[in-house]
Design a protein. Structure first.
Length: 631
């Protein structure tokens, strides 16, 4: 007993002399949350960056590894090391993404953080910390406005059911308004994707300032996905987006966009939506995710090709599911049409809501995108037919349908959404269009990329007559229209450019060839229609032949639609018409930009020198005048 007593006495003496102890279980410790301003806080918003600091009542004798979690069995949210002889430590900056929700989708409005020693067990816990949910910023698409998000906002909106505050870009809650086209002004120029991304930056910044949040969720529709991707890649500085949740965003573009573009409407946005731009230009350059996960919900309401007016199946009328998956992301599908995706409660409940309620263990960093290969549409289009219908008038078009086609599908675009069509097949008889046998569809939604659609299985070859008729709703000055026709089967056109992102004055070479059943066809006529973002058109002609080409030298930067239109000769001597729709983004010449910058710099320097000389001259004259006055 005496030996044990002496040993204990010596240990106590050592501790007393050193002043250090090994941290015992349940040691008295204070735990504090430090915000981005390096101040203690008791309230955060999910997604804020914080540090956790622990201070013990006694210094550590040997050092101690500390871990932090919501309870003993929860995921570790941070850790730090108390050095020997010290009584506190602070974690590195950690993200609070997912702190507001538990695994059952139940909001956790308050959290208590517990500290555990790796060797000594529980050490203490923080006071209750209020955790607010992240705000949601909603981004509308092409020819749309904030009203598309009406089902999400307000006291009875979708977001209110989970107590999340929503902001729709352009709604006036904070500053910032997108320009993706206005249906009443089709010839007015839209913003580019890049310009709208700058607007999004302004809007997100204002939302953060208003709410105090450091991060937002982006919930977007259609072209809003491209705008948001550009913001994340090129505009966002410090990460302030938790996740990108897309509804019907065409990551591979939409062939339907060629209709308004053919009329020079809603430029340059209608060019930036086309497939060639998205796959050949945008997806090759906009590849950075900054750790942000991308999700996209594709509508799959249309499954039959003859019921699909202008894009591959399955689709939501204008965006195919293949386009949704043109880049690596996590996709889901819903049997809805494009314009209904923002109004669908099922889309919210099954797709959007679970993502907004993600927990901290699901926020893993997403890698950047590899540049996906450029793909080509599986559909073969004839040329886009354009025209004008006067009030109380009509216009007739002839469209040749060759033998061997399994599907011919028509789409008509009319900004006024006021005209009708009468279809006569190769036999000359009027075809009564209906949804079951012809996939007839009418879309009155102004933001849609077409108005009327219909198709035919195994169409009879020969000349088909399409009569476009005005109605009593047609404007007094009439209306312009565009009609596209795609075929399944028959001849295949391959058109390409040696570059889709040339510099000013760089020669661009366009090539085209036409084949049927693997056999090259003679092309008797071909042209490239090049339309800039202001609607100006330049026509280049190809020489006849089998593998044909022509060259173009762009004179100014910008986005251009390039339609390669060819007429070939089938083995039976009949004509074959095909069109491929390219998009080219001409880059400014950096040397010219540098020359301009240098010239401006020289001019500014000269002006400053002249002002300095004048100053000294004026000062000298004043000195002379004073001397003269003194004498």
């Amino acid at each position: 007993m005496r030996r044990i007593f002496l040993t204990l006495t010596m240990l106590v003496s050592v501790v007393a002399v050193s002043g250090f102890v090994v941290l015992p279980q349940n040691v008295d410790a204070s735990i504090v949350i430090i915000n981005r301003d390096h101040q203690p806080t008791s309230q955060i918003t999910d997604g804020d960056s914080v540090q956790i600091q622990i201070t013990t009542s006694q210094p550590s004798a040997q050092g101690e590894e500390i871990k932090f979690a919501f309870d003993a069995h929860a995921q570790i949210i941070g850790s730090c090391s108390i050095a020997a002889g010290k009584d506190s430590c602070t974690t590195q900056v950690i993200s609070t993404l997912g702190w507001h929700w538990d695994a059952n989708g139940v909001a956790q409005n308050t959290r208590v953080i517990q500290a555990f020693g790796f060797d000594s067990g529980a050490l203490g816990q923080s006071n209750s910390i209020t955790v607010m949910p992240r705000p949601v910023v909603m981004v509308h698409g092409f020819l749309s406005n904030p009203e598309t998000w009406a089902p999400y906002v307000g006291s009875t909106g979708f977001l209110s059911t989970i107590s999340i505050q929503g902001f729709a870009v352009g709604d006036g809650q904070v500053s910032g308004k997108l320009n993706t086209g206005v249906i009443t002004n089709p010839t007015n120029r839209t913003n580019t994707i890049a310009q709208n991304a700058e607007v999004l930056k302004q809007y997100i910044s204002a939302v953060k300032q208003k709410t105090g949040a450091e991060m937002v969720d982006l919930v977007v529709h259609s072209m809003g996905g491209m705008i948001s991707r550009y913001y994340i890649d090129r505009v966002m500085q410090d990460r302030d987006v938790a996740q990108l949740i897309m509804l019907g965003s065409p990551m591979g573009g939409s062939d339907c966009a060629v209709l308004p573009a053919a009329l020079g409407f809603f430029l340059p946005a209608s060019i930036e939506i086309r497939e060639s731009y998205m796959t050949g230009v945008f997806n090759q350059q906009i590849t950075h995710r900054r750790g942000i996960a991308f999700y996209d919900l594709g509508g799959t309401a249309i499954l039959d090709p003859f019921k699909s007016p202008c894009t591959d199946v399955p689709n939501d009328t204008v965006v195919s599911f293949n386009s949704i998956n043109a880049i690596a992301l996590q996709s889901s599908q819903l049997s809805d049409v494009h314009s209904d995706l923002t109004f669908s409660e099922k889309a919210f409940q099954d797709f959007v809501k679970p993502l907004l309620q993600r927990t901290l263990d699901t926020f893993l960093s997403s890698p950047d995108l590899a540049s996906p290969p450029q793909t080509d549409s599986p559909l073969e289009f004839t040329r886009v037919y354009t025209g004008h219908v006067d009030a109380n008038g009509s216009t007739e078009l002839t469209i040749n349908i060759e033998a061997g086609l399994t599907v011919a599908s028509f789409a008509l675009y009319d900004a006024s959404r006021s005209i009708n069509t009468v279809v006569r097949g190769a036999s000359g008889n009027v075809i009564n269009l209906n949804p079951d046998t012809n996939g007839f569809i009418k879309i009155d939604e102004p933001s849609a990329l077409f108005y009327l659609g219909y198709g035919f299985q195994n169409p009879k070859p020969g000349p088909w007559k399409i009569t476009v008729q005005a109605t009593d709703k047609t404007p007094s000055n009439g209306t312009d229209f565009a009609i596209s026709v795609y075929f399944v089967g028959g001849a295949k056109l391959e058109a390409k450019s040696n570059t889709l992102v040339p510099r000013i004055k760089e020669q661009v070479r366009f090539e085209a060839s036409l084949a049927l059943g693997g056999q090259a066809l003679e092309i008797k006529e071909a042209k490239a229609l090049i339309k800039d973002s202001d609607g100006n058109i330049q026509t280049l002609n190809f020489h006849a032949g089998q593998n044909i080409s022509t060259t173009w030298i762009p004179n100014k930067a910008g986005t251009y639609a390039v339609d390669i239109v060819v007429t070939g000769v089938a083995p039976d001597g009949s004509s074959v018409e095909r069109t491929d729709f390219l998009a080219v983004e001409v880059q400014p010449n950096p040397s010219e930009g540098q020359v301009t910058f240098n010239l401006v710099a020289v001019i500014v320097a000269v002006v400053l020198i002249l002002l300095l000389i004048l100053f000294f001259i004026f000062r000298g004259m004043r000195s002379v005048v004073r001397k003269f006055q003194n004498h």
